[in-house]
Design a protein around this ligand. Structure first.
Ligand SMILES: *Cc1c(COP(=O)(O)O)cnc(C)c1O
Length: 394
């Protein structure tokens, strides 16, 4: 593997994680095997004792999976990474490793819906205490801390209004209480935000989104920054079994090579689209970290090196306008998810956040006319034209 410490992010994307191999393959091949042959009884025994480095069984370790993990760990500046079968498998493994009965977790209220549900409906069953707070408000974080708080979990920018939380300041609060800070870095990707540099202890991603980037894989990952944590997390993942498979690892690793190029192109498109929408007569409000009108614009400048490509807009016409736009827009695919090369659009009030009820939605600024746009890599003029025509029908 290349020493990536002093290299640029695109160089890391393209080169990190390649396994040297005697055949000279330029990309790590797909080791589509469940198990690995021992040379003899002694060899098998040494591998199981950890006296010799090698592969035993794919749930525990696999070269294709490891190549992808090493690439993502290098991008985040971490020690090692753990590939998971989905972003939610990563969330589950993270919580199951760090939290035990009697522990308390502070979780941002703008987290991905299923992250909130897994805490509320599953971890509370095992005696974990949960508080959801607006983590963009540091006093609210301080007030939520307890003597048994073991973890703060922050997603920033958060779902779906792109509220930004101050990672460095929250990490100081976590340290005061001897708690760990975990960051869901899915929306920014390591290209624009590196939470370890800001004091986070753990990072996770839904690799389904930007890291893979082509809307054809469901996968997740946890990145840790020391050996002790790695050993603990690897044990949980081996036992719970939510690992990624070699083929999906290969696809994600392939996607990672163009991560920088894709993310920057998408962000450029998104900036122009956000400016266009901010001046559109049918749009009440635009939530975009790249616009000075974003409530935490300054915090974004401090901790992110770019503004990403997720945009939320509030339509003046409310719920009906939202549905109308969904039914009439072209080019933007009506679908949940984000981070792929294709632009997507969805209406949280009737889709992703319909189940939480109107009152809870409004408390989280998810108004009836809110529309979430994931900007892709199409030509800007085509995207603007599609928005123009779509909004004309509203
Ligand atoms: C999609 C997503 C997840 C969950 O990931 P899956 O791969 O769908 O399991 C978690 N966090 C964020 C921010 C996401 O966008």
């Amino acid at each position: 593997m290349h020493d990536s410490k002093n290299m640029g992010m695109d160089t890391i994307c393209i080169h990190a994680g390649l396994k040297d191999n005697k055949e000279g393959a330029v990309v790590t091949p797909i080791f589509q095997t469940s198990t690995f042959k021992f040379q003899n009884a002694d060899h098998g025994a040494r591998l199981f004792k950890g006296e010799e480095d090698g592969y035993i069984y794919t749930r525990m370790r696999n070269p294709t999976v490891e190549a992808m993990e090493d690439a993502v760990a290098a991008l985040e500046g971490g020690y090692k990474a753990l590939g998971c079968g989905s972003g939610m498998a990563a969330v589950h493994t993270l919580f199951a490793t760090v939290l035990a009965a009697g522990d308390h977790i502070v979780c941002c209220n703008a987290a991905y819906g299923p992250t909130i549900v897994i805490l509320n409906d599953f971890f509370t069953k095992y005696g974990v205490e949960v508080s959801f707070v607006d983590t963009s408000d540091l006093d609210a974080v301080r007030n939520a801390m307890k003597s048994n708080t073991k973890m703060i979990f922050v997603e920033t920018p958060g779902n779906p209004t792109l509220v930004i939380s101050d990672i460095a300041e929250i990490s100081k609060i976590a340290k005061q209480y001897n708690a760990k800070l975990a960051v869901d870095n899915t929306f920014m990707s390591p290209i624009y935000q590196r939470p370890f540099d800001l004091g986070a202890d753990y990072i996770m991603h839904s690799m389904t989104k930007f890291l893979n980037g082509h809307a054809d894989v469901v996968a997740g990952i946890i990145i840790v920054n020391n050996k002790e944590d790695y050993t603990k997390f690897r044990k949980t993942l081996n036992m719970l079994g939510g690992v990624i498979d070699p083929f999906n690892s290969f696809l994600v690793h392939r996607g990672v090579k163009t991560l920088g190029m894709r993310v920057r192109y998408q962000a450029e498109n998104a900036m122009e689209i956000a400016k266009y929408l901010e001046n559109h007569p049918k749009v009440e409000k635009v939530f975009f970290p790249g616009l000075p009108s974003h409530p935490q614009y300054e915090i974004g400048l401090k901790q992110m090196s770019g503004h990403g490509s997720m945009i939320a807009i509030e339509l003046k016409g409310g719920y009906d306008a939202g549905k109308k736009l969904m039914d009439n827009i072209t080019l933007f695919t009506l679908a949940v998810s984000l981070g792929g090369v294709e632009s997507l659009i969805q209406h949280p009030a009737s889709m992703t956040h319909a189940g939480m009820g109107r009152e809870a939605r409004l408390a989280g600024n998810i108004t009836d006319g809110l529309v979430r746009i994931a900007v892709g890599c199409e030509n800007l003029e085509d995207l603007i034209k599609a928005l123009e025509d779509g909004l004309a029908t509203v």
